[in-house]
Design a protein around this ligand. Structure first.
Ligand SMILES: O=C[C@H](O)COP(=O)(O)O
Length: 337
């Protein structure tokens, strides 16, 4: 029997392409824990910091393009309130803002239809108020569960909390991982925990909060990102917003490259959510351009990218108003709740 032998360079490329997994829009099912892959993940801090240092200084998009990017950023916000003094009234006001994030006259001037934020993100107790306020819309409620923000409540209670949030109508669950599993290199324990959280979520999508400010090194961030994706995370998220260091560009680059690696090896796209301390429109533009450069346009959609932010929307709306009127209004005019 004759076998076809590839002799041309193109033939070699075709063979290589045939070996790559097909990209799919299906939900990431996860896979077995691959420790060789995890332990092979490294992060060169100085190269990462050099790359990130070039980002904010870069000429950014201007005028109408900038307005379009800012509107896109709004559609990717998980509009968040995670405060001990949250009330149902505050959550209802936040939901009203999520449904109408930009004033009609500004949208008219930009020639845009109504948009919404990507989701509203609240504590478990506030889920019913948010679900009620958003009913009839496409805006999902995301609940922070599993003993947010420390994630140190008994494991069975963390699983039960997920179940209760889903039963109350949350369509997205932001879980917090046990940092100690990462700090002690217990990747199997992290994988098992994440797998159990994913199973408890059922159809609800799960975002794995790594709390990167508490993981000790960028290498740990890379490894924890891979383990959570292998265990079936739909999104990986930087922070709770409660750590002393939250979303940063170097951490983002490491996580985004882990997402790229996972996609190249498995064909599954996992989403990215930087969270905590992102409050300026210009920072949002930097994150969007980082996503575009590292992962491509497909990751600029709300099903694959979210900002976890409580005050970003106000600054974006202020910048859009300036774009339309030429004047800046006071920041307090753009409060979100
Ligand atoms: O997940 C979202 C964060 O808790 C929001 O943090 P932020 O209040 O600093 O925007």
């Amino acid at each position: 029997m004759q076998t076809k032998v590839e002799t041309t360079e193109q033939g070699a490329h075709d063979t290589q392409a045939a070996q790559l997994p097909q990209t799919t829009d299906a939900r990431n099912p996860g896979q077995a824990l691959d420790l060789d892959w995890v332990l092979g993940a490294e992060a060169n801090r100085s190269a990462i910091e050099r790359r990130c240092a070039t980002l904010p200084g870069r000429r950014s998009v201007k005028k109408d393009y900038q307005a379009a990017w800012l509107l896109r950023a709004i559609t990717c916000i998980d509009l968040t309130t995670l405060a001990g003094d949250d009330t149902e009234g505050r959550v209802r006001r936040l939901c009203a803002k999520a449904l109408n994030p930009v004033r009609a006259d500004i949208l008219d001037a930009l020639g845009m239809e109504q948009i919404t934020t990507g989701a509203v993100c609240v504590y478990h107790d506030m889920v019913p108020a948010a679900v009620g306020a958003l009913s009839g819309s496409d805006v999902p409620v995301a609940a922070v569960s599993t003993g947010f923000p420390a994630g140190l409540s008994p494991f069975h209670l963390r699983l039960a909390e997920i179940g209760e949030s889903v039963a109350a109508g949350a369509e997205e669950i932001d879980i917090v991982i046990s940092r100690r599993h990462v700090l002690t290199g217990n990747w199997q324990a992290l994988y098992d925990e994440m797998r159990a959280f994913r199973a408890a979520c059922g159809e609800a999508h799960v975002k794995a909060i790594l709390a990167t400010g508490e993981l000790g090194s960028l290498r740990n961030v890379a490894r924890a990102s891979l383990v959570c994706m292998m265990a079936g995370a739909d999104f990986i998220k930087t922070s709770t917003g409660k750590e002393s260091v939250n979303a940063t560009l170097p951490v983002s680059l490491v996580m985004i490259r882990a997402i790229r690696d996972y996609h190249e090896r498995t064909g599954y796209r996992v989403g990215y959510k930087p969270a905590g301390g992102i409050s300026k429109a210009k920072d949002a533009l930097v994150y969007l351009s980082l996503m575009k450069e590292e992962l491509g346009d497909r990751w600029l959609q709300p099903d694959l990218f979210r900002f976890g932010a409580s005050s970003l929307l106000g600054d974006i709306e202020r910048q859009l108003e300036h774009h339309v009127t030429g004047a800046y209004s006071a920041g307090w005019r753009h409060a979100t709740s």
